[in-house]
Design a protein around this ligand. Structure first.
Ligand code: ATP
Ligand code: MG
Length: 232
């Protein structure tokens, strides 16, 4: 049984409608969701089903049209923009399909960014970045820029950057979608291992059923609703 204090992200009956040129599309039609400490959850669904839209709301980066999303019991909608940014920086790490590393920075500098954002001392940020890059197996690549790394290595840097703040959860949108099957499995396994080691909640959006099955729970997004795959 999950204690309410273990809940990191909680969404209650959220919807999202996009209005374009008088045409309204309801992409998310009423979803309840929780992510707790140590939990690994997958959201699957076909292209255009609304996975990224949902993830953006769970991350506090987009506001639901109705319903509410809380992070550690605090409603995103009731926070100032700067408070939302601070809460995300403190409690969440992000990994995307296309790594979004800064091209002009080295692996070390990219991994340090979330700590620099919170104005941590440079020496501390660098030591932490070296430690986490070592954990993702990149200690020999720390001075390489993204263009000098393989796709899998770039995603490892992105994972290091997501975990450097020791967040309570990591949200990943197709983190292996851009890799071949072998690299994808390696990167995915690394993410699972590190999240377990660091007691981090993990929410992964993926097309990939095989990898979704490695998670504790799977939800399929169909026509704006979840179909629970617990008993599947
Ligand atoms: N800012 C926006 N304005 C209008 N429509 C949008 C916006 N963002 C998303 N949509 C629409 O919402 C639907 C879901 O998009 P979303 O990006 O969430 O899908 P997805 O499941 O992540 O797809 P993929 O697997 O291809 O990444 C799409 O039909 C898209 O056109
Ligand atoms: Mg998407």
């Amino acid at each position: 049984m999950t204690k309410s204090s273990d809940i990191i992200i909680e969404a209650s009956n959220i919807t999202r409608t996009f209005a374009e040129g008088g045409l309204k599309t309801e992409v998310i039609k009423g979803i309840d969701f929780t992510l707790s400490q140590n939990e690994k959850v997958a959201i699957i669904g076909s292209s255009g089903s609304g996975k990224t839209t949902l993830l953006q709301m769970l991350a506090g980066l987009d506001q639901p049209t109705s319903g509410k999303v809380s992070l550690h019991g605090q409603d995103f909608a009731r926070m100032s923009e700067s408070k939302r940014g601070k809460m995300r920086n403190e409690h969440m790490g992000f990994v995307y399909q296309f790594h979004f590393l800064l091209p002009e920075l080295t692996a070390l500098e990219n991994a340090m960014l979330p700590l620099r954002v919170r104005r941590a001392a440079p020496g501390f940020a660098e030591a932490e970045a070296k430690e986490i890059l070592d954990k993702v197996g990149l200690s020999s690549r720390i001075h390489h820029k993204p263009s000098e790394l393989s796709g899998g290595e770039r995603q490892r840097v992105a994972i290091a950057r997501a975990l450097i703040t020791k967040p309570s959860c990591v949200l990943a949108d197709e983190p292996t979608g851009n890799l071949d099957d072998h690299a994808a499995q390696q990167v995915f396994d690394l993410m699972l291992t590190l999240n377990e080691e660091m007691n981090t909640g993990l929410l992964v959006v993926t097309h990939d059923m095989k990898r979704a099955q490695q998670m504790d729970r799977q939800y399929q997004l169909v026509e704006g609703h979840f179909q629970n795959h617990d008993e599947a």
